[in-house]
Write a protein that binds this ligand. Sequence first.
Ligand code: GLN
Ligand code: ZN
Length: 744
Amino acid sequence: MTARPNAFPAATILGYPRIGPRRELKRALESYWNGRSTRDDLSAAGRRLREATWRRLTELGLTAPPSNTFSLYDHVLDTAFMLDAVPARYRTADDVYFAMARGTADVAPLPMTKWFDTNYHYIVPEVGPETVFRLADDKPLREVAEARELGISTRPVLLGPITFLLLSQASAGSPDGFTPLHRLNDVLDVYAELLTALAAEGVDWVQLDEPALVADRSDEELAAVRVAYERLGGLSLADRPRLFVSSYFGELGAALPVLAGCPVEAIGLDLDRGHDVLARHDLGSLAGKTVVAGVVPGRNVWRTHLNGALEALRFLRGKVGDVTVSTSCSLLHVPYDLDAETDLDPALRERLAFADQKVGEVVELARLLAAAPDAVVTAPPVRRRPPAPEAAPPAERSPHAVRAAAQAAHLRLPPLPVTTIGSFPQTGDIRAARAALAAGEITADRYEELVKAEIERAVRLQERLGLDVLVHGEPERNDMVQYFAEHLDGFAITRHGWVQSYGSRCTRPPILHGDVARPAPITVGWARYAQSLTDRPVKGMLTGPVTIVAWSFVREDRPLAAVFDQVADAIRAEVADLQTAGVSIIQVDEPALRELLPLRRADQAAYLSWAVGAYRRATSVAADRTQIHTHLCYSDAAEVLTAIDALDADVTTIESARSNARVLDDPAMAGFGRGLGPGVYDIHSPRVPSVAEITELVETILKVLPAEQVWINPDCGLKTRTYEQVEAALANVVTATAGIRGRE
Ligand code: GLN
Ligand code: ZN
């Protein structure tokens, strides 16, 4: 094969992890934030990581690897910063970039939310009519130059203008009807300037990420796509690099013909999540462009079925001519390297591929594709999960009103009961104890003693402050999903499999690879101990099946519904055992319920029905007088209110303090008849809310919801706070509640 001039590489990836194989970036960030190192030290750490990445990708066989996939915090924030979409309130900060990400003593950070249906969080930019866009940062150019010094040419990756604007929020005070997309032409001016600068640097190709195009888009939005890419593609090839518009996390749908009609040279398709695309009749419209075929899944850790992928690639080549092999999305969502995992069962290892192995697959597929005879594959290959079995409908609990009466008689709680979401501060001591246990430096008995002491500390504090429903504080849990995965059959835990969640935060998703079962009770001993310390009710605390599945890498050789049922049955056994142990309130957390919501509306009802089914399967074993709580966070509760109702929990706690309980303004709230605890204390910030502030928020809540339904609680778990902050804040919560009770 002779390379065509300016050809797109035969194998590529859309992006790569950036936190560092040993979380080097996390450490560099924390040291800078704590004042232990300088901004220059931080930049140097970033430079080392980028260099290591480009060298590694080259070594693995990629030519022209992507650049500008690195970020000190978040790539959406980078884009806002680059375009100078910096709200005035941050401009005087010492470090404007991190002020937007994390706030300062005086200014709250920009909000953060989930990146599509992943567990990565991005910073939500603010765009208003007043925003003056300009090319304020040359990071994409700097990275190109940096790689070139190493002798590596790269393809800079930019967040596309449409996705950038669709993910932005209108700034406060924008006129009615304004949306950030109205600023498209101004943003395009800056993109055009940047493209021209990149062309002047000798860049051949630029990748513009437009994942927003795989969700339902209005005609107006599709028209904006056309405007954007006719404008950018309309620049002469002397003034811009070749344009590769990548889509991922699903199918392009109505956006495909729009992009196909624009003068861009390459289009990326996600053939993992958007597999049906191969059956489209209009694929031929892509002929003449390079199709970057995302056949190696970037969202899971399983090895790719190379034969199936190859067949898809050959089919596609027959339809469109020029095909490049790629990952389905950035590899940001998987760990770096399977070779770092020396403890995994060899039979499981065989089935796995992390980022570096996926790069290997892409390279191998490109080799096979080049070698494959040009015979045309005529029928689109199908790769599907096996069909779902008919799940047995969960046994029903009595109607909520019947249960509520039984619970009121049994629990005898005061009006506006005060509780927390579950975790208390994870102290350095308890973390050290867990590490010592893992290293064999302390015995299991000693660890148990330490955990019990920590439970007692939390219980005594809650009694002293006067909370009504206590928790044991979860000191034994490293993480709400990993803890359960470690105690269930069918899961494996990695040693270094960190995946960035936001900024410096990472999670190590467990790998759900086999049949899930609960060999023994998991939380019952701790719950029983906590309850033995006090006469007040102590809530049992479990993670729900949807969240366990959402925050794990899940096997694909079984129907998802069947996997859900297995996890639900394991949690159900735990609910039953807690109940038998005398625990009368059991919270089953589902913070990820909203996150898995499919991006296309047409798919949402089916998802909600099986997610809700799994939750009810897990909880319907509860007797009438056992009160089931659930907790959701980082979720726009109003959007899934019907689903929350369908979960059939007796009490739901949600995040709301940060938005001043705005969720209650949703008209859907009017019909909500169950217990609800809208958070009155924002636990994400070290700030201690005042009694007056909390009182005002509770008053707002009481305007919308009858007092009988209202619970008083923080937004989320307290594990990232200090005892000092928690004690002061909860004392104010109790005082505010007492004041309001006195008036009723
Ligand atoms: N019970 C968990 C805790 O308090 C819930 C955490 C969450 O919602 N993410 O930590
Ligand atoms: Zn939460």
